[in-house]
Design a protein around this ligand. Sequence first.
Ligand code: AMP
Ligand code: MG
Length: 407
Amino acid sequence: MSNAFLSGGPGRSGGIAIEEADRRLASISLPARPLAVPLSLAHGRILARDARSDRPSPPFDRVCMDGYALRAGDVRAGAELAVRGVAKAGEPRRALAEGSGCMEVMTGSVLPEGCDAVVAVERTERISEDRVRILQESVGIGDNVHRMGRDRRSGDVVVASGTRLGPCEIAALASVGVVRPEVVDGWRIAVVSTGDELVAPDQVPLGHQIRQSNAWGVAALLERSGFGAPEVLHLSDEPVSLGRELSELSARVDLLVLSGGVSMGRFDLVPSTLEAIGVRNLLHGIAQQPGGPIWMGVLATGGVVAGLPGNPVSALVCLRRHVVPLLERSAGLAVSGRRVELACPLKRAKAKTRFVPVALDDEFRARPVHVDGSGDWAGLVGSDGFVQVGVGMDDVPVGTRLEYFPW
Ligand code: AMP
Ligand code: MG
């Protein structure tokens, strides 16, 4: 098996332009695999099917002030009305006979039949157990009543497919009785670290070893992006076992995220191994920094393989910049380019697109954080994401709006 250099790898400075990479990646997507999950586990996930209301909202003429339900036409300033009872929230609709005064109501009560408005309790004076004085001069029909169906009709879409479920959407699903929403979480995802120098984070490494951290960051970013918890594995840089394991994984996953082994070293065996087991190469090498050596391809099953470079900064940046948008698009999520303003000037890279880790200040302006090369995982701590700086010779001045990729 040849190494990346012999199989036509990216080279130290080569690779396709990022626009071309975006074009190639836009031509592929993951197959849909909706999965029903309990509402308690749906937060942060992406909805796979429109959720519709099963009844009008509100479902009845809802009182929206504590006070007195009455007929607007009965009210003049200083009018005294007989109180004919109490309509509590949670009770079926009551009725007020014609010409008979008012009924005490609370927020959430069903507006009693025969009433068309509510006067807030603070605009009244209770003069006895069964009489109330209305202090306001007039009342409009519908005052303090939230009319049945005013917000949504039965059958209306309340949360559209492709929406990431935050607190508001979770509450909306609960309101329409969707307790097991279908989310796009059914993708089988494996995150594989390669490298014989790696040990698990709970081990004490020998002097020449390092703890494998990429899979943890990758899994966290996938989960935060709404794609569930992946299976996590570690494979060695030994070609025969690497080929066997990757072949087995390729048959059963929709997305294989590899880290390490895609560059030009003698033991960077991932590209040649993937190609040997029949994965179709889509791109190898993008003129970007960090993460230039990235390899991406398509499985015979239609699944996707992302070979991220092993350097921790490169791995996370490549995942966020190239893989997460592919998943979002496959999930039907509207992927809109977000932009932030620079809080201080930046140098542009001459020949490559640059990704600069940033933290947002109190005014949501991007301030670069110091990262000492692609291996400086510690430098990323506290960053909010990164900005994309295009190819060119000039400085990028303060206030420039750049494309922003939050973690
Ligand atoms: P590679 O892309 O395999 O040449 O690895 C580049 C650098 O990233 C090397 O210093 C590796 O030790 C390091 N590295 C590779 N995989 C991981 C990982 N899973 N976690 C942390 N560092 C890694
Ligand atoms: Mg390696």
